[in-house]
Design a protein around this ligand. Structure first.
Ligand code: G4P
Length: 529
């Protein structure tokens, strides 16, 4: 590997934001794009009237519901690094997308609404990041409101999320009296000015806690309070330790207001300085390091119709190792085929452009014509590679989908199969009839499917209840026994969107009995096994 490639890889910082809905993820994303100079002015985020929206929100349905459904990638240079930010859906009905996106990052930013504290979805998402010991940075948001006692907030994070806190900045007041933050590590104060939310703020900084200018700026009372608090915090909390941070055991904590555009850059400075460069990824046989000599990557997300005008389907690949160059020949290991990637997209500065090159840690978008699935590995290795840990969950809710206009069957099938490639819903086609059954993990996904079928495929469909409670992917090494199983259980068998055989059960009792009856058949609750 050339020195240049190595240097490029070391500069990559790939992360995602985890938070409870409404904590401020979208607003922070927007401010990050502002700090990263991807956008020049920040507008209101949640599409009020015709105000500008954050670039990460792409889809019509998001505008209607104010829920970030898509997972998009954004890249920008900052502090000598190339930062890749992966957006994750905030709504829990899309948690699978979020889980998979978290397999594609090397660190995560946890955003907490400091008026509320640790909330339920943050707890869940932290559990997911813990599976891979992902390093976590923490941003306590909404300091322009009256927040909870900051020490109490740190205690709550430590108690509930079981991660040590190392405050890097400390708030000086909050709400109407929010004056700024004191950087404990650097021993200086940075002052907050309200009404600067839409552009990069000028930095007003005072060095040293007893700086007369600082005392004058915040007043003696606040100054004494700050001194007392800092003494307390320094006694009661942890110092930043890079090793512990990289092991996911300690989180640096920053205070600020995303809406007021204050403090996000402090966090980003740390992220670029300390968050890890691209990490190795586990495979069935071991692992692939980012600096491995060959190119490799895996698909963590597929999205149809990102640009409705072009009706394209894009597979998002996290590059695990090496360098991508335009026109490169790579092996798609699942189907054992060599393909040429000519027109991969990158997401530099918020624009979709055709990439000439990209490096480990980067996300590239590949046009998908139905041959790519979530979890697929691509590489220039001669031996097949299979990256592990990219889940495709069995759905828990099922509905039969029916057309309003029966003549549009072909369109419906096409739409469903394409949407199921994205992985947030599954489609099942029973072997014995012409039903189409949609399976999802969250209720809202059903609405999204109907909406998107209408908008993107011009098909009007409605749901009916169906007697299916669970689904399992099935496999068997013994061809004869498998045939017998298929013959006897035909009424419960279906093909999923990618033609994999599944067993659809009306209830768990039925599933358990069938499993007992056919011990040689293996039943999987994820497609990745
Ligand atoms: P999410 O993506 O995590 O769901 O949160 P989002 O950024 O959409 O923020 C949720 C709400 O919190 C929004 O208000 C947003 O303006 C507000 N918010 C975000 N950061 C801050 C902050 O630092 N201070 C304050 N005071 N509010 C903040 P909303 O009422 O839902 O939308 P809007 O009517 O303000 O657009």
């Amino acid at each position: 590997m050339s020195n240049d490639t190595l240097e490029q890889i070391q500069q990559r910082r790939t992360f995602a934001i985890i938070s409870h809905p409404d904590a401020g993820k979208t607003t922070i994303t927007e401010k990050l794009l502002l700090v990263g100079q991807v956008i020049q002015t920040a507008g209101a985020v949640k599409g009020k009237g015709n105000q500008a929206k954050a670039k990460s929100d792409w889809m019509e349905i998001e505008k209607q519901r104010g829920i970030s459904v898509t997972t998009s990638a954004m890249q920008f240079p900052y502090n000598g690094c190339m930062v890749n930010l992966l957006d994750t859906p905030g709504h829990e009905d899309f948690s699978e997308d979020t889980y998979r996106t978290l397999t594609a990052v090397d660190s995560a930013l946890m955003v907490i609404d400091a008026t509320k504290g640790v909330e339920e979805r943050t707890i869940k998402l932290m559990e997911v990041t813990r599976l891979r010991s992902t390093p976590i940075l923490t941003f306590m948001n909404k300091l322009d409101r009256d927040i909870r006692d900051p020490l109490e907030l740190l205690d709550e994070v430590e108690d509930i999320l079981k991660i040590k806190c190392a405050p890097i900045t400390w708030p000086i007041g909050s709400g109407k009296f929010f004056k700024g933050v004191y950087n404990i590590v650097g021993d200086y104060a940075v002052m907050y000015k309200s009404g600067q939310g839409s552009k990069i703020q000028e930095v007003v900084r005072f060095d040293g806690i007893d700086n007369p200018d600082l005392i004058q700026a915040i007043g003696e009372e606040f100054h004494q309070q700050l001194k007392d608090e800092l003494e307390l915090v320094q006694g009661a909390s942890n110092e930043f330790d890079k090793e512990e941070f990289l092991e996911g055991k300690l989180t640096p904590v920053f205070f600020g207001t995303a809406l007021g555009n204050f403090g996000v850059d402090h966090m980003l400075d740390y992220l670029t300085a300390y968050a890890p460069a691209p990490q190795a990824r586990k495979t069935l046989d071991g692992e692939v390091a980012a600096t491995a000599p060959e190119f490799s990557g895996f698909i963590f997300k597929i999205q149809a119709n990102m640009d409705p005008k072009h009706r394209d389907r894009v597979a998002f690949m996290r590059i695990v190792s090496g360098k991508y160059t335009r026109g490169m020949k790579v092996n798609q290991h699942r189907i054992g085929k060599e393909i040429t990637i000519n027109d991969a997209l990158t997401f530099l500065a918020g624009d979709r452009t055709n990439a000439e090159e990209a490096y480990a840690g980067d996300i590239i978008g590949i046009h998908n014509h139905g041959t790519i699935q979530i979890g697929d590995a691509f590489s220039t290795f001669k031996e097949p590679v299979k990256f592990t840990g990219i889940p495709n969950f069995a759905p828990e809710l099922f509905k039969r989908i029916r057309l309003k206009d029966p003549l549009k069957m072909k369109q419906l099938l096409k739409g469903l199969i394409q949407l199921s490639e994205e992985g947030s819903v599954q489609v099942f086609r029973p072997l014995i009839n012409n039903d189409l059954i949609v399976g999802a993990i969250g209720v809202l996904q059903f609405d999204v499917v109907v909406n998107r079928l209408k908008n993107e495929y011009n098909v009007e469909a409605i749901y009916e209840p169906v007697n299916v409670a669970t689904a399992r992917w099935v496999e068997c090494d013994d061809a004869k026994k498998f045939e017998e199983f298929k013959r006897r259980c035909e009424g419960n068998l279906a093909l999923d969107g990618a033609d994999n055989l599944t067993y659809i059960a009306p209830n768990m009792v039925n599933l358990n009995l069938t499993q007992e009856k056919y011990p040689d058949v293996r039943f999987f609750s994820t497609r990745e096994h």
